[in-house]
Ligand binder design. Sequence first.
Ligand code: PGA
Length: 259
Amino acid sequence: MTDKRTALVSGNWKMHENHFEALKLVQELAALVRAAALPEGREVSIHPPFTSIRTVQTAVETDHLPIALGAQNCHHEDRGAFTGEVSAEMLAKLNVAYVITGHSERRTHCGETDVDVRRKVDAILAHGMHPVICVGETLDERVAGDAAHRVREQVSAALSGRSGEVVGGVVVAYEPIWAIGTGETASVDDAEQMCATIREEVGRLAGAGAAAAVRVQYGGSVTPESAGALLAAPNVDGLLVGGASLDAERFVAIVRARA
Ligand code: PGA
């Protein structure tokens, strides 16, 4: 499709790769990315653990790689007595462009709520970065026919009351929880349908301009084999890739997948 938004393919490294391994992975990515131009209308971000961000930043900037730097989380305050936390302000100083927030693993393991996610989105935007806001339903919610309602609720909690211009610059990642790290990918139809629902909710909250501009990724067990068909879906504007992003060849195959 010629009129689609620039697709963002993001590698979420989760708690993998110490900084030596991260350097090796980014060097492998560099070699593959340099071998040929990225497909038109495609952007890439990688999201290492905090301890590797500086290392990856140096590699990306020194080599002028066409890869944006990302993080996986942040705290909503700029600074203070929050032992173990890292602020959006600190990430912005490392030239981080995209910050994942509300990932289901953080919602599940760290008790993050929709209210926490909203505060983090505030902080990410305040420091000029783009939030990648993860939303998605559990298997029980899907089986109960509650998936669209739950996803709309998460989108609204993060984005209500913001201007169309601001909302148009965010990324929403639809990640059905039952598809993360399980090898189960949502069907292209399911992914397309929920991404369209998210866009509709964005329109309701912030207007038609925001709905047309917002980028909606799909995430959950994406592979080089499934990437092309997902990227071809009209309302899917990119992919959030976990496991497959730890293998440079597989990740670059996803980045280059033909829509
Ligand atoms: P996965 O992870 O690709 O390993 O399923 C996706 C994610 O959690 O962002």
